[in-house]
Write a protein that binds this ligand. Structure first.
Ligand SMILES: [Zn+2]
Length: 185
């Protein structure tokens, strides 16, 4: 029997480059630099995608969407996330909750955290209070020109589908309710 819960972990980093748009968690943030990469460089969506794929034992994001394939150049990372969610649902799981840490010197994520959580809530179809998002600065690790994302996700077995219940219902007519015996006087 498949386990009732599964845990997944995702990590990603991208380098800042001038004059490209910055996307974090599917949201465009105003900044003078964006994240380089073969896709739109959305470091948080990539780490979430890998966490979900890892939880179900699926191949990672780089295997499913190879950077060498020109098809994924400039791709919207929501495409990667949706593929991971599709595989997760096919495996019979839903997301229980997700926690993340973003590490970057600039821009400050704190003022955008609730907007990012609300957007992730729509993408992942889970309540915003099941999404943790913590913003850190890279003190002393020499990664001032990079953005790093760490994500853990907990999956829970989805309730059985109604169709499978119907298969087990006997096709006998339901007997009429028995009349309750007359009350003794
Ligand atoms: Zn990435």
């Amino acid at each position: 029997m498949p386990p009732s819960t599964r845990i997944g972990f995702g990590w990603d980093s991208h380098e800042f480059r001038p004059n490209i748009p910055l996307k974090i968690g599917g949201l465009r943030l105003a900044h003078n630099k964006g994240l380089g990469g073969h896709s739109d460089g959305d470091v948080l969506l990539h780490a979430i995608t890998d966490a979900v794929l890892g939880a179900i034992g699926a191949p990672d994001i780089g295997t499913l969407f190879p950077p060498s394939d020109p098809k994924w150049k400039g791709a919207d990372s929501v495409v990667f996330l949706n593929e991971a969610l599709k595989r997760m649902r096919a495996a019979g799981y839903n997301i229980s909750n997700l926690d993340s840490s973003l590490i970057m010197l600039a821009p400050k994520i704190g003022p955008h955290a609730n907007a990012i959580r609300a957007h992730l809530s729509r993408l992942l179809v889970i309540p915003a209070d099941c999404i943790g998002l913590k913003a850190k600065t890279p003190e002393g690790i020499g990664t001032d020109n990079a953005a790093i994302a760490n994500v853990v996700v907990l999956l829970a077995k989805a309730p059985a589908k109604r169709e499978s219940f119907n298969l087990t219902v006997p096709d006998k007519p339901v007997p009429p309710p028995r009349k309750s015996p007359a009350k003794k006087k």
